[in-house]
Design a protein around this ligand. Structure first.
Ligand code: FMN
Length: 217
């Protein structure tokens, strides 16, 4: 069901309190705001709203075998050292390769690679050579053994920083030890997965730089 858009008074006194189907606020300014009415939502589907960081292609290399997987569940954890967490399911061939080597490259594809992103995420490196199958061009990384993908906008070379959450959550914490990125476009059209085979596309930028405290930039 589509959300009904109601109007409510401008909120200025903390978080508003809910009444019967509408929001009540303690302070009414002359300005009226429109807001989305919310409905009960299945907790197991919140990924639809929370998941969308950019989809990435994670490359790995073990002995003479190279692999790539599609990944949407990742998060930045720290600026310096540059730490990033990835959830790599233990059933994936990439899990075994990365667990053993402690290295990967996080590659950032754009909409040009949409179909390839889906195909990579629906096949296993245990069965096929995905670089060959999907016509990807590997570029040698500077520090780690897995390759960058030339077709991608950026590539971040990673070394395992902490595996404390791997056994319990399949969550690997990596340090980005070297980063490569194209200069243009400044805001690439990245893919953001919402589940059910549907992606949102980024690329539009909105600046509110003037509202930030310098330390928060
Ligand atoms: C859009 C999309 C997002 C995905 N996100 C993840 C993810 O965050 N973590 C994960 O373990 N698998 C994820 N997958 C599934 C893997 O990409 C898939 O299991 C892949 O076949 C693993 O390849 P491998 O066996 O060669 O490692 C995703 C797949 C798609 C299509």
């Amino acid at each position: 069901m589509d959300a009904i858009i109601d109007t409510n008074p401008h909120e200025c006194d903390g978080f508003p309190t809910k009444t019967t189907g509408a929001w009540q606020t303690h302070c009414v300014k002359d300005q009226k705001m429109r807001y989305p009415k919310k409905y009960d939502f299945p907790v197991h589907q919140v990924r639809r709203y929370l998941e969308p960081g950019p989809i990435v292609l994670v490359t790995s290399r073990l002995q003479d075998k190279t692999n790539v997987m599609t990944l949407g569940w990742h998060t930045v954890l720290e600026f310096s050292p540059s730490l990033v967490g990835l959830m790599i399911s233990s059933g994936n061939h990439s899990f075994r390769m990365i667990r053993e080597t402690g290295e990967c490259v996080i590659n950032l594809p754009t909409t040009k690679l949409t179909d390839t992103v889906v195909r990579i995420g629906n096949t296993s490196g245990a069965d096929i050579d995905k670089f060959c199958e999907f016509g990807l061009t590997p570029d040698q990384a500077s520090v780690v053994k897995p390759p960058l993908i030339r077709d991608c906008h950026a590539g971040f070379e990673c070394r395992l920083h902490d595996d404390a959450l791997v056994e319990r959550y399949n969550f690997f914490i990596f340090e980005v030890v070297k980063a490569h990125a194209a200069k243009t476009p400044k805001h690439p059209e990245t893919l953001h997965y919402t589940g059910d085979g549907v992606f949102m596309v980024a690329g539009k930028a909105i600046s509110r730089r003037s509202l930030f405290r310098p330390g928060m930039l």
